[in-house]
Structures are given as structure tokens and as C-alpha cells.
Design a protein around this ligand. Structure first.
Ligand code: HEM
Length: 409
């Protein structure tokens, strides 16, 4: 699911750089890329991790395989259909709303499966703070899917091309970023990072304050009060970092067995990217006249924060989830994270310079940033394939998540 969106992103950026204008590219293609990355790749990753880990972490029974496969099939079909409708325009007036319906239905299967799982032990009945954050993110995703469905019906009946109108798309992207992606990462960070990085215990009240500030910022942005909303997003980001205590000295050794030693550094770097993303949004409100500062802020968030985090956490937990395997190559893990950081840095910096017309040479650097990011994501995919196909599985009796949270690995 990583490749269709990534290839289209690279293709779009090559076209934009060649023509030195983002306006010359079809909005349907830009949106096809964004949708494929966020729903196809990140969404599948979150649904998979959720199906595997949430019931176990809450002490419930196993999720039914039928539900999980039905969810996967509908989600994947929906994402693929959207890509085809946006890119090839084939029967798009039918496939656009159909894809959105399939994605919403898939999520409802996931939501039902997750909400059926109650903690078995009485002591566990009190909901932990990280679960509240995941509930906020899941509600954000549900809202996003409903807005996507409404948007797709509107476009199918009213528009001449398969793309959301610009203003609608901008608000939809705010919901996607701050309503769905960011709180999901916060939730899983709140659960796992204290153990993985040996951090001091979570400040639960500060985390809830971060969620509330984030929701306030999002509401303001969606209501069109973007100049105020972006400050709330920055405040929420800083609160989340204070809550998880990411930049405070660790009290225990980080658990880096089985992954590259740089793992704690890149997790912290991902949060630094989130600060960059939120700060660039404030700058964009003041100075953007080309879409470049907004684009840079969006990619600091989607590539710098979300993708770096997926490369860190994915390579940390997926080998164990898939049959207690060991990661194929820790060097490839480092290479992927290094190249992604380099590519994202070049992209964010040069996008502002090029799109805003501050430096013409930056247009020449942008395609290289895309190549670096593509190579990084391919390296990650190769490492995961190597892990699943070449590394032996080991059976376990105890739930693997418990072992992972207890950092046996
Ligand atoms: C190889 C890496 C990537 C490249 C080259 C790339 C390229 C692009 C380009 C050229 C745009 C058009 C707007 C602009 O100029 O800023 C864009 C938009 C976007 N990208 Fe990426 N991208 C990449 C990775 C990602 C990832 C990993 C995500 C999500 C996790 C993502 C999500 C988005 C979203 C949501 C949009 C906005 C689409 C819209 O206008 O509706 N991108 N990307």
C-alpha cells in the first residue's frame, strides 16, 4: 500500500519542479496521492496494529479473523478505487462515492470489533489516558471518513473533475492531520514510549490538556479561524511532548535490542518535526502566497512526524507481532530513517524557497528530495519484506504485546 501513493507523490513533485508551479498539476492527482498515503498506507498500518494490539492490551479476547479480513478487504478496495478514480477518471462519478462508502464500512467493522472488547479484570476497568487519546483519534477518523463520503457525493454530482474544491480540501486536510494522524501517534507514544525509551512516567493530565487544546485548534481551523487555530496546534504539540516527557533525561535504559541503536534519537526527531510542522503553519498564515509554506508544514507533519514514527515503531513492533521474528537488518532500518530525514529536510526547506520564489535553485533540489524519500520508504519496505519472508517465526504462549510492552525484546 506504500507504493501507489509514494510513486504518485514523486511524480507530482517532478512535474511541479519541472514546470516550477504547483498550480499546473491536476488537483485530482495531488489528492489521489494524499489519500493513498494517508488511508492506503498509514490507515492500513493503524488498523492492523489496532486489530492486533488493542484487545490484547486491554486484556480482552481475540478479534475474529473474519472481521479483520472483511475490514482489510473493504479498506483496500476503497483506497484502490479512489486512486483509480482520481488518476484514470474511469467511471469516477460512481467509484468516488463507492470507495468512500467502502472505507467508512471497513472502519465501522474495526470500530465495532474494538468496542466489543472489555477489560476482563475489574482493576482494568478504569480507562487509561492513552486510550482516551486513541478514542479521540478514532472519532477523528470516523468524522474524516464521513466528511470524505459527503465530499465524494458532492463531487460526483456537482463537479466537473474528481477533486474536492480547494477550500473544502484545506479544511478536510486539517481534520486529517490534527483530528486523526497526530492524536493516533500521541496515543501509541503515550502507551509505548515510556518503556521503549526508558522515560519518566507519563503526565496524564497534561496529555489530556494536549488533546483538548488540539481539538480546540482543530475546531477553530475548520470554522475558518485558521490564524488562531494554528497557535492552539502548537500549544497542543508542546503539551504532548511535556506529557510524554520525550526530551527529559531517561530513567531507564532504552530498549534497543533487535533494532538500531539510533531508535530513541529518531523517535525524538519525529516530535521535533511536529514542532516544525506546527510552527510552519503559523508562518504560513502570515506569509504564504504560493501554497509552499503550507505544503512544507504538511510534509513536516506527514513525512517528518508520521512516517518517521512509522519507520521507528513499525520496525520495532511488527517483527514481533508477526510471529516473534527478529528484524531482518538494523542497518537498513538506520539507512531508511537517515534517508527519510535527509529527504524530508531537503523537501521542507526547498519547498518554501522554491514555491515562494525566494531561490530559483531550490526547484532543482526538490526532485532529489523526492528521490531520497522514495528510496527511504523502499528501504523500509524491503526490510519488512525481508523480516516476514526470510526470518524464522517463533511461537509464544504469552501475549506478545505484553512481552513487547514489558520490553522483553
Ligand atoms: C516520497 C515522498 C512524498 C512526496 C514526493 C510527496 C509529494 C507531494 C506533493 C508534490 C504534494 C502536492 C502539494 C505540495 O506541493 O506540497 C503532496 C501533497 C500531499 N501529501 Fe505528499 N509526498 C510524499 C509523501 C507523503 C506521505 C508519506 C504522506 C502521508 C503520510 C503524504 C501526504 C500528503 C497529503 C495529505 C497531501 C495533500 C493532498 C491534497 O492536496 O489534498 N505525502 N505530496
Amino acid at each position: 500500500m506504500l507504493f501507489p501513493g509514494t510513486f504518485l507523490g514523486v511524480w507530482n513533485l517532478l512535474q511541479i519542479s519541472g514546470r516550477e508551479s504547483v498550480a499546473s498539476i491536476s488537483p485530482a492527482w495531488l489528492q489521489a496521492h494524499g489519500h493513498a498515503q494517508v488511508f492506503g498506507w498509514v490507515g492500513s498500518f493503524i488498523l492492523g496494529i489496532g486489530f492486533y494490539s488493542i484487545p490484547k492490551l486491554r486484556g480482552g479476547e481475540k478479534v475474529s479473523f473474519v472481521q479483520a479480513w472483511a475490514c482489510w478487504a473493504m479498506w483496500t478496495m476503497g483506497a484502490a478505487m479512489r486512486w483509480a478514480a482520481n488518476v484514470y477518471r474511469w467511471e469516477w462519478r460512481i467509484f468516488l462515492p463507492l470507495s468512500a462508502t467502502l472505507e467508512l464500512a471497513a472502519f465501522l467493522i474495526f470500530f465495532r470489533a474494538m468496542s466489543q472488547h472489555r477489560p476482563s479484570d475489574k482493576e482494568e476497568k478504569q480507562i487509561e489516558p492513552w486510550i482516551w487519546v486513541i478514542i479521540s483519534a478514532s472519532t477523528g477518523l470516523l468524522l474524516l471518513l464521513i466528511v470524505n463520503l459527503i465530499g465524494c457525493f458532492y463531487v460526483a454530482f456537482r463537479e466537473a473533475r474528481p477533486a474536492f474544491p480547494h477550500l473544502f480540501d484545506q479544511r478536510y486536510l486539517a481534520l486529517l492531520a490534527w483530528g486523526f494522524l497526530v492524536p493516533f501517534v500521541w496515543g501509541f507514544s503515550a502507551k509505548w514510549m515510556a518503556v521503549f525509551l526508558g522515560l519518566k512516567p507519563l503526565r496524564a493530565k497534561v496529555l489530556i490538556a494536549a488533546v483538548i487544546a488540539n481539538l480546540a485548534g482543530l475546531a477553530l481551523m475548520v470554522a475558518g479561524k485558521i490564524a488562531v487555530g494554528v497557535w492552539f496546534s502548537l500549544a497542543a504539540t508542546l503539551l504532548s511532548i511535556a506529557a510524554i516527557r520525550l526530551f527529559e533525561p531517561s530513567i531507564n535504559e532504552p530498549k534497543t535490542r533487535g533494532v538500531h541503536k539510533s531508535f530513541p534519537f529518531f523517535v525524538r526527531l519525529a516530535y521535533a518535526w511536529l514542532i516544525v510542522a506546527a510552527s510552519l503553519a503559523i508562518v504560513a498564515v502570515m506569509w504564504d502566497h504560493s501554497g509552499g509554506i503550507w505544503g512544507a508544514s504538511r510534509h513536516a507533519l506527514t513525512v517528518g512526524f508520521v512516517s518517521v514514527m512509522i519507520l521507528c515503531v513499525g520496525q520495532r513492533v511488527l517483527p514481533a507481532f508477526a510471529g516473534m521474528r527478529i528484524l531482518w537488518s538494523t542497518r537498513l532500518m538506520f539507512l531508511a530513517l537517515f534517508l527519510l530525514t535527509l529527504g524530508c529536510g531537503a523537501r521542507v526547506f526547498c519547498e518554501v524557497l522554491a514555491y515562494q520564489g525566494y531561490a530559483a535553485w531550490a526547484w532543482l533540489a526538490l526532485p532529489w528530495s523526492a528521490i531520497l524519500e522514495l528510496t527511504a520508504l523502499t528501504t523500509f519496505a524491503v526490510n519488512m519484506m525481508g523480516t516476514f519472508l526470510l526470518q524464522p517465526a517463533h511461537s509464544v504462549r504469552e501475549p506478545m504485546v505484553t512481552r513487547i510492552a514489558g520490553a522483553e525484546l
